[in-house]
Design a binder for this molecule. Structure first.
Ligand code: BGC
Ligand code: ZN
Length: 370
């Protein structure tokens, strides 16, 4: 079967590779699930892997199949599979366990080992192919009524993980009732964060470079009931002066200057969530003394979010479902750039390289009626 692969650290090596049809017996204890890939979302991670910035093939392979945001349909299950059955719509987590204590208790998303295994990213083949097999414990069911948003399950899991980690860590304060959130960046992650903060009753301000007029991202933010601010007109620090400092900041800009800059206007006792994975080597200048002083005196918290485990996928899917009830038809507008068929992988990469598409995803196959 066909797969879309790269040869890291070679630049621009994206190509079609041939993989054998996967088999259920490769998973022990009768826990295997064979799934047909329906759609795969792609993002800056896939682009950067193709640029040779990171990513490694599995041992014994000279290529890595990319794609880590899978929406699939179960085709066949091993004799001891309970979680899913043929016909079910599913997402599948990205990271696979190593040996640390966290990996052993199902928290491979916070492994304490340097080497991590991520499908489509590091040392494990991804989902830009026709079929894949994995252990049932990595699959998460997607309700049929949410099939149109299924390809957003993985990004949603990263956002919910960040929010959950911040709320958990804020229990240190004993009483914490956040009122105001700033979201930096209006890509898929920023917009999903805005939606999830709105679902939690917060006053949300979304910041991005582009002006609001005729701008889909601003429109989506507005439809979620968030205020969109172009940073060409007003900075987050300006807005903090106007409405008060935020209790929460979700940073999703892909830029370390913005990530560090956010430390300057977070409110007292506030939490800053970083989600950018900056693959470059930029240096940034920050007023270190001032930040150090204010962070210590103001009891502020910084937490990063990378990679959700199956529980974060479940919360993410619930949030997508609740969001659909609260803001019908809004979230699907994030899905701006479909690419039809694996064979159009070059178009997929070209779209990613423009850096201007809200969400690129590949339609791999049609759902079967079972
Ligand atoms: C993925 C995460 C992953 C991270 C780092 C992101 O694009 O969505 O699941 O952990 O890249 O590899
Ligand atoms: Zn991703």
């Amino acid at each position: 079967m066909k797969a879309i692969a790269v040869r890291p650290p070679q630049k621009n090596s994206v190509h079609v590779a041939e993989l054998p049809m996967p088999s259920l017996d490769t998973v022990p204890n009768g826990h295997g699930v064979l799934a047909k890939v329906l759609k795969v979302g792609v993002d800056a991670t896939d682009r950067e892997i193709n640029e040779g910035l990171y990513g490694n093939p599995p041992e014994g392979s000279d290529f890595l199949v990319i794609g880590h945001e899978a929406f699939a349909q179960v085709v066949e299950v091993g004799p001891h599979v309970k979680r899913v059955q043929p016909g079910d719509l599913v997402a599948c987590t990205v990271r696979r366990p190593g040996c640390s204590i966290y990996d052993q208790i199902g928290r491979n998303d916070i492994t304490s080992e340097e080497v991590y295994f991520e499908r489509g990213i590091n040392l494990r083949h991804g989902y830009l192919t026709e079929y894949f097999v994995d252990d049932q414990r990595y699959f998460v069911k997607i309700p049929k009524g949410l099939r149109h948003l299924g390809v957003l399950a993985e990004p949603a899991s990263v956002v919910t993980k960040g929010i959950e980690q911040a709320y958990l860590a804020q229990q240190r304060l004993q009483v914490w009732e956040p009122q105001r959130a700033f979201v930096l960046g209006a890509g898929q992650i920023g917009l999903l964060a805005a939606m999830m903060f709105r679902l939690r009753g917060l006053d949300v301000h979304v910041f991005a470079w582009s002006k609001a007029e005729g701008n889909l991202k601003a429109e989506i933010a507005g439809q979620y009931g968030a205020r969109y601010v172009s940073t060409q007109e007003q900075s987050p620090a300006d807005i903090a002066k106007e409405v008060g400092r935020p209790d929460l900041i979700f940073e999703a800009t892909g830029r370390s200057d913005q990530a560090f800059g956010a430390m300057e206007y977070l409110g007292l006792n506030g939490a800053l969530i970083w989600s950018s994975v900056t693959g470059g080597d930029h240096h940034v200048d920050v007023p270190g003394d001032k930040i150090n002083l204010e962070w210590v005196l103001g009891n502020k918290l910084l937490v990063g979010t990378v990679n959700g485990n199956w529980r974060h996928f479940e919360i993410g899917i619930s949030d997508l479902a609740l969001g659909e009830q609260m803001f019908p038809g809004v979230t699907e507008q994030i899905l701006t750039h479909p690419v039809d068929g694996l064979e159009n992988y070059q178009q997929m990469m070209d779209l990613l390289e423009t850096g201007k598409c809200l969400k690129v995803f590949v339609n791999v196959a049609e759902e079967s009626t079972v």
